[in-house]
Design a protein around this ligand. Structure first.
Ligand code: PEP
Ligand code: MG
Length: 576
């Protein structure tokens, strides 16, 4: 039994068997061959080399057009391995001498080569070992006729173990019956972690080296609340986690008793609790968990895992469905937010050194009015089918808001010209997630209908902590005094201008911190559906006045840790 500690990314406990994603398991059997088979075996080897060359060139082409020439050049080293005469001749001469199947001979030669390179005290040559390993695996795969394992092969209630999982992989998981996932890298609010919540499965990320410690089929316990993964648990540990699962279910049932009630404090302040969704098919879960609207619909997932872009009609149908299903509750559609850790292959975004600071979200949309206006027209058209609002991500100052609204005006004019109906008075909000927007919230509030605080990014940008990097995850702190001050500034500015302020970042779903947010005057919370009942329960158990006092105290503390402890203590008293 081995216990590993990583970053808790999505809560819950799952027990299941490991499925190694993207990792090949070759079973290379040692088989004697007849000397008459030697030419056939040599031919097999040559065909595998040709096929591998073809694959690498294809990959190189794709990477060159998607990411740039420099990245594609990495594969030149791989092509060189394929032309290494020494390696090829050694395989053929041993094949003739030992009269064993070519796959086995090749795997033996490969091991020897890698071993030699790994022993050399030279970083450059050490890296060559990785190249040889990579190409060697490809050749072996072609020799054995096996496929690299992808999500398509997953069966049963598997626990996915991978070095990394991209947001688009998680989209593919949507249709799979996956029990949990664990990764070597990643941070708490990376979009991969957020998707785990949308899939309603536990996830632990940033578990350095988990892929080298787990073997396919190992029994794993994933505790997504504590960030713990146990490999090969003993009987007693298994029993204790099964008991924990039961207990968690009991607690969840207690929270579920209030899911359909409103979140009203003991002294009468009513708070709106909305759900965050990534796909229209999450609407039933949002309603089931007591969501009183959709506070954040992340539309970019619609563009993932497809070669083309969704048409205006496809956008329209998706938004219409969500608007109708949630009516009369409101639905806030967030316009396309790509870049950062969300990569859409159809848009050919060039490689960037700092993608989170680069061509992302509204910056991309303002530069590509064709893509942006197509989405805006679809949202506007769907607005007649329910209570739709829209909001722009990553606004850094009022000029961007004005530019976006200018394009919205153009989209409206185009619809008018085509005689299509829309709600001309659709509410337009600003996501406040860049420190410059938080600091100029008073200016923005004069031109926005509402605010929604995106703490996932606001924390990353204000504390200079990459939200998807496990190495700096210890600095990613929602309770940091700097974050609390920015939030207070945003709420005060919004209220001064008499507009409502919501929060849709993951922080809104942390009950202890929610007490402080409540006290600071936040009007609405938007969170992953499964956390809604717990938040409603907490809000219904506390007085608004008490949270105001609590917020005043919290704002006086010096560190995030102090704030966190303080809020946790209060929460424990409330839930007693
Ligand atoms: C945020 O940044 O807090 C947010 C809600 O948006 P996303 O997580 O999609 O960047
Ligand atoms: Mg964001």
């Amino acid at each position: 039994m081995i216990q590993l500690k990583g970053i808790a990314a999505a809560s819950g406990i799952s027990i299941g068997s490991a499925y190694m994603l993207g990792k090949e398991e070759f079973v290379v059997l040692r088989e004697a061959i007849n000397w008459t088979d030697i030419p056939v075996q040599i031919q097999l080897f040559e065909e595998a080399l040709i096929q591998t060359r073809r694959e690498i060139i294809e990959l190189q082409k794709r990477i060159s057009s998607d990411m740039g020439q420099a990245e594609a050049q990495i594969f030149d080293a791989h092509l060189l391995v394929l032309e290494d005469r020494m390696l090829i001749e050694e395989v053929i001469s041993r094949l003739k001498k030992e009269q064993l199947n070519v796959a086995y001979i090749f795997s033996e030669v490969l091991k020897k080569y890698i071993g030699v390179f790994l022993k050399i005290e030279d970083e450059y040559l050490k890296e060559r070992a990785a190249d040889i390993n990579d190409v060697g695996k490809r050749i072996l795969r072609n020799l054995l006729g096996t496929k690299k394992k992808g999500l398509d092969d997953v069966g049963g209630r598997a626990i996915i173990v991978a070095h990394d999982i991209s947001p688009s992989d998680t989209v593919a998981m949507h249709t799979k019956n996956i029990a949990a996932f664990v990764t070597d890298i990643g941070g708490k609010t990376s979009h991969t972690a957020i998707m785990a919540k949308s899939l309603e499965i536990p996830a632990v990320v940033g578990l350095e080296g988990v892929t080298s410690k787990v073997n396919p089929g190992d029994i794993l316990i994933v505790d997504g609340s504590m960030g713990i993964v146990i490999i090969d648990p003993d009987e007693e540990t298994l029993r204790s986690y099964q008991a924990k699962l039961e207990k968690l279910k009991g607690i969840a049932d207690k929270f579920l008793t209030v899911k359909d009630l409103s979140a009203v404090t003991t002294d009468g302040r009513t708070i709106l609790i909305n759900a965050n969704i990534e796909f229209p098919d999450e609407v039933p879960s949002a309603k089931l968990h007591g969501g009183q609207g959709i506070g954040l619909y992340r539309t970019e997932f619609f563009y993932m895992n497809r070669k083309d872009s969704p048409s205006e009609e496809e956008h329209y149908q998706a938004y219409k469905y969500v608007a109708e299903e949630m009516n009369p509750y409101s639905v806030v559609i967030r316009t396309l937010d790509i870049g950062g850790d969300k990569f859409l292959s159809q848009f050919k975004i060039p490689y960037e050194m700092q993608p989170f600071l680069g061509w992302r979200a509204i910056r991309f949309c303002l530069a590509r009015p064709d893509i942006f206006k197509l989405q805006l027209r679809a949202i506007l058209r769907a607005s007649v089918h329910g209570n739709l609002k829209l909001m722009y991500p990553m606004i850094s100052g009022v000029e961007e808001l004005r530019q976006a609204n200018q394009l919205l005006g153009e989209a409206k004019a185009e619809l008018r010209q085509s005689g299509l109906k829309f709600n001309d008075k659709i509410k337009v909000g600003v996501m406040v997630e860049v420190p410059s927007a938080a600091m100029t919230a008073d200016i923005l509030a004069k031109e926005a209908d509402f605010f929604s605080i995106g703490t996932n990014d606001l924390i990353q940008y204000s504390l200079a902590v990459d939200r998807s990097n496990e190495k700096v995850a210890y600095l990613y702190d929602p309770a940091h005094p700097a974050v609390l001050r920015l939030i207070k500034n945003i709420i005060d500015a919004a209220h001064q201008a008499k507009i409502k302020v919501a929060m849709c970042g993951e922080m809104a779903g942390e009950p202890s911190l929610a007490l402080i947010l409540l006290g600071l005057g936040l009007d609405e919370f938007s969170l992953p559906p499964q956390v809604i009942p717990e938040l409603k329960y907490v809000i219904r158990a506390v007085g608004f006045k008490a949270t105001q006092e609590l917020a005043v105290q919290a704002m006086k503390l010096s560190t995030g840790k102090e704030v966190e402890e303080f809020a946790q203590n209060r929460l424990a008293q409330i839930l007693k």
